[in-house]
Design a protein around this ligand. Structure first.
Ligand SMILES: Nc1nc2c(ncn2[C@@H]2O[C@H](COP(=O)(O)OP(=O)(O)OP(=O)(O)O)[C@@H](O)[C@H]2O)c(=O)[nH]1
Ligand SMILES: [Mg+2]
Length: 458
């Protein structure tokens, strides 16, 4: 894996970077990574009482001093000897107080002691060079740090844990077996038996099937990556904005007792089934002469048409009006969820009056919202599934190209007279495509591109 090393000439540098975002917080982390000994020498300029041989992975409180030797902070220091660290090198972590002045002071002190500020992704790149993780897992680390919801975090974690890498490696093993058979034939016999080639063709088809299945998982993962849109529609005063505010978790839209309060479409996000969903509040639907409201109603109707799901709000104290029935007749069936609102105002007996109503909520007292969220997840196909893989666009392309080479190789293997060299050449192309996923065959340019998207300190 030596060819994955970032900048071979600078490999010996001690790197320093904050691992936590800028700004004020309770704690911040500043990390050093580098060659054994050199990293500790930098650390001991900052934590002057740090022993020459600190106890591995044991937090100890130290006075930290700045480049001028004056006290900066009293903080925990952790020492990770190589190779048992995140980067596979010697690592020292300072768990300091989260003030930008302290973090800045530590960075300056580390620089003065000979450390170099890390570039984006440079910590992970060193981990890659030291075989701590492979390229797909490294991409998982970036995806995990950027995950905007629980679903995305779970899928990214599966990438970090190597779920994709393991399946790619298994496919590669099977393909390597076939290749070994072909190459043995090439070396030791004048011509490879036709029967052997047929068997190789069948094995290559099976491998192509496995790779295509992985690529199909990728397509499903992609569908989740598009953010779903839910629009709340209904008559004026139906309680749409109140419901909207309850779902997004803050007073985003104005609520008043005056029908026609909301004029424009208002967008915010909420988490449904572990995924981030865009929620739209809209103007109440009614025939009106008011010019502004008229436009608002048109915007609402368009929002309804473009949404993946419409929550159609019906005021429980009024029930279904003729206009509601009208709208629902024109309706969109599957894509609409009828929600009876303000149920705190009506007796339990009248709750099931209309068979069309699918759910009852009181956004005011927060009743029925969990059931509503569950229904939304169901309708949006966002029910949390186990074992989902995160497959990035880059992986998808590599899988597709590997599958194409394998199908091609299988076709060639069935040809008479057989040309085993051609088959073997295609198989090697397929292996190279798969190797790019885990990084063995990744070029420096590709690595530069991938790591440019990382945060500093990762
Ligand atoms: N008791 C009770 N009142 C509610 C509930 N939801 C909304 N309301 C009241 O109903 C009135 C209208 O609520 P909004 O949320 O503004 O209704 P809207 O559908 O957004 O109205 P427009 O924007 O005018 O179309 C306000 O006075 C709310 O306080 C509820 O669950 N219970
Ligand atoms: Mg409103």
């Amino acid at each position: 894996m030596a060819r994955l090393v970032a900048d071979p000439d600078r490999e010996g540098d001690v790197l320093v970077a904050p691992a936590t975002p800028p700004g004020i917080s309770a704690l911040a982390v500043v990390r050093l990574t580098g060659p054994a000994g050199a990293t500790r020498r930098v650390a001991r300029q900052i934590a002057r009482r740090l022993p020459e041989e600190p106890r591995p992975r044991e937090a100890a409180l130290h006075l930290l001093v700045g480049e001028d030797g004056r006290p900066l902070d009293r903080a925990l220091v952790l020492f990770f000897p190589a190779p048992h660290s995140a980067t596979g090198e010697e690592v020292v972590e300072f768990l300091c107080h989260g003030s930008p002045a302290i973090v800045g002071g530590l960075l300056a002190a580390a620089r003065a002691a000979g450390a170099r500020p890390a570039k984006r992704g440079e910590f992970t790149r060193r981990a890659l060079a030291n075989g701590k993780l492979d390229l797909a897992e490294a991409e998982g680390v970036a995806a995990l740090a950027a995950a905007e919801n629980r679903g995305a975090a779970r899928r990214a974690l599966s990438l970090v844990e190597g779920d994709l890498s393991r399946r790619v490696l298994a496919a590669k093993e099977a393909i390597l077996d076939v290749l070994a058979g072909l190459e043995a034939g090439l070396d030791f016999a004048e011509d490879v038996e036709a029967a052997d080639l047929l068997a190789a063709g069948a094995a290559l088809d099976a491998a192509a099937g496995e790779v295509e299945a992985l690529a199909a998982t990728a397509a499903r993962g992609g569908a989740r990556d598009r953010r779903k849109v839910v629009a709340i529609l209904g008559r004026p005063n139906a309680g749409k904005s109140t419901l909207f505010n309850a779902l997004v978790g803050r007073d985003r839209a104005i609520v008043t007792a005056v029908p026609g309060t909301t004029r424009d479409a208002i967008a915010d996000t909420c988490e449904i089934g572990g995924e981030t969903v865009t929620l739209l509040d809209t103007a109440g639907l009614r025939a009106t002469e008011d010019e502004v409201e008229k436009i608002g109603v048109a915007v609402a109707e368009r929002a309804g048409e473009g949404a993946d799901l419409v929550l159609y709000a019906i005021d429980a104290t009024r029930g279904l009006s003729e206009e509601d029935e009208d709208f629902l007749r024109r309706g969109r069936g599957e894509g609409t969820l009828l929600v009876r609102t303000k149920t705190d105002l009506v007796g339990a007996s009248s709750l099931s009056s209309s068979p069309a109503i699918e759910l009852s909520v009181s956004a005011l007292i927060g009743a029925g919202l969990e059931a509503l969220r569950a229904q939304m997840a169901e309708r949006l196909s966002l029910v949390e599934a186990d074992g989902e893989l995160l497959v990035l666009e880059r992986h998808r392309e590599a899988l597709a190209s590997a599958a194409a080479f394998l199908r091609d190789a299988a076709d060639l293997a069935r040809r008479v007279p057989g040309e085993p060299e051609l088959v073997a050449a295609r198989v090697r192309e397929a292996l190279a495509a798969l190797g790019a996923i885990t990084g063995e065959t990744a070029t420096e340019e590709l690595l530069d591109r991938i790591f440019a998207a990382f945060c500093v300190g990762k």
